[in-house]
Design a protein around this ligand. Sequence first.
Ligand code: GLV
Ligand code: GLV
Length: 322
Amino acid sequence: MSLRVFVSRDLPPGPLDALRAAGAEVSVHPHDRPATRAELLAGVAEADALLSQLVDAVDAELLAAAPRLRLVANYAVGYDNVDVAVASARGVAVSNTPGVLSETTAEHTLALILALTRRVVEADAYVRAGRWTGWSPQLLLGTGLNGKTLGILGLGRIGRAVARRARAFGVNLLYTGRTQRAPAESEGASWVPLEELLERADVLTIHCPLNDQTRHLLDAERLRLLRPSAYLVNMARGEVVHEAALVEALEAGRLAGAALDVFEREPEVHPGLIGRPDVVLAPHLGSATVETRTAMAQIAVDNVLDLLAGEPPRTCVNPEVL
Ligand code: GLV
Ligand code: GLV
């Protein structure tokens, strides 16, 4: 019997063709926008596999509406949008797209760190507005990275890829995370407790997954531990930072600036962030290169092909169901 796959959003073309060629019945949500809740529920009703996006809430209700479902292939490395406990209880495998986006997300992290500390976005706006009247010794001075401390919150694949690149800028590397890694696996970064990381970082960059332990990890109290000269960069999930508390810290001058790729209520952005020259904003673009988005689609599809072949999905995050 053929496998029915519901794809909640159109993806880079090649990989889905491979799925069709392998005999799967693929139905792609046709519009260039996220599927509505009703469309998602209808889409999964007959599906054996769901190819989901990080904006799709794959929760108990949705899983209950999908009696045939055996795999949720999430098109992201993060899978906080999927209720994995409920999926596991129903025997549904969940897969993500690890590895292929780590270097790409690290590149974007460095882009944002440099944009923030060297005021690239502000400078661009300044020139375009016709305000530049000539070279000036005090014009748009930034902050150097050489000799400064980069604090990495979460030294997983992405955090390590950031560390490797940051080393070339001459920063000292500190990190915190659940696991203290062996020196050979920490890319030259030293483990410190979270509080110490916050107190010592000149730039704090966030790369941890979102879960019950990390939701609002950076609340008002912890944000106060950062130095007034420190910069905060969030590349993980918006909910890791208490956004209103961050705005308050910026407004009170308790932080030098922030670069945010992710937000608490995407696509909403806290109005207190818009219009601040010391903030750089990006619309969740960490993995957004042609190469990486294609590779992510391929991994998601490979997991479905594994299911079709009766093999364990290769990047399953809840292997206990297999
Ligand atoms: C993007 O945020 C991802 O988790 O892949
Ligand atoms: C992502 O791949 C991570 O583990 O950081």
